[in-house]
Write a protein that binds this ligand. Sequence first.
Ligand SMILES: [Zn+2]
Ligand SMILES: [Zn+2]
Length: 350
Amino acid sequence: MVRAVQIERPGVLRVGDLPEPEPGPGELLVQVHACGVCRTDLHLLDGEVDIPNPPIVPGHQIVGTVIARGDGDSSLRPRPSDARNPAEEEKSPHEDLAVGARVGIPWLGWTCGECRYCRGGRENLCDRARFTGRDIDGGYAELAVADARYCFALPEDYSDLQVAPLLCAGLIGYRSLRMTGDAVRLGLYGFGASAHIVAQVAVFQGRRVFAFTRPGDEATQSFARGLGAEWVGGSDESPPEPLDAAIVFASAGELVPAALRALAKGAPVVCAGIHMSDIPSFPYEILWGEREIRSVANLTRRDARELLELAPQVPVRTEVHRYGLDDAAAALEDLRAGRLQGAAVIDVGR
Ligand SMILES: [Zn+2]
Ligand SMILES: [Zn+2]
């Protein structure tokens, strides 16, 4: 049996023992060392993001060691669709993921390889995608099973706890940052796990970071300043100059018109979360001038490869708060209440 945390149904988290999972063909059995806690886990728990087949073990920022590979490994044989899909061409980094290797398992757990999104280099939008910790049991457990093609070797410079937040907070943040193009003046709304990584990458890329927190949250504001933000303020404040792009990490819909008002002409608001409360209506005038609103959904394996290569160069330093597996509920509630700076990570080995 393995110790694991499950979302049984909306609102109900259960810690208990589950049968050992078995890797199928092309899958890895991973001894989990650490698993990052993401706001998506909260949305799943709260029923704001649907779980198709509960119960499910949440957690999609998994760091562990490969302890077995499934028999009849088909993952090393390119699928016919891969040939038509050069944008997501796999040099098969998973070939290195032998027994004993350290591995990272992110949110994107499986894609069909055949739909128009997969074929067009946008596997993040795959019609049949399966996600770790939503469709596939995730990392709030001592063992996890994952399709080797969607797993990654991790930069050696990072400990298990410190690398975990790169796997979603970092990846989704990085994809969001990419959607801002060459924006120099970058607004970050909601300075949590994702923004604390993105701010470091953005400064490294020569951008100027403007961080917006809950009004009056001086602790987070000084945290943001320490990570390179040149201006910090409440989300109800205006920045000292117009922004070339804004990324909204918080799940409060009212931040979208607030961010629009802070933008220069032609600038985008990128919504990075999987769930957001309704966006209030706003005058067309604040969208006029070719401002844009767009969302970012999931990640591609290309995003993962790029960020995992870039992070040690910055170098990104993650601020992590450690919780035991039995304290998963506390981690989620601390995240909900905004009681921590940086990222919560479950130390499964503890
Ligand atoms: Zn697909
Ligand atoms: Zn996530």
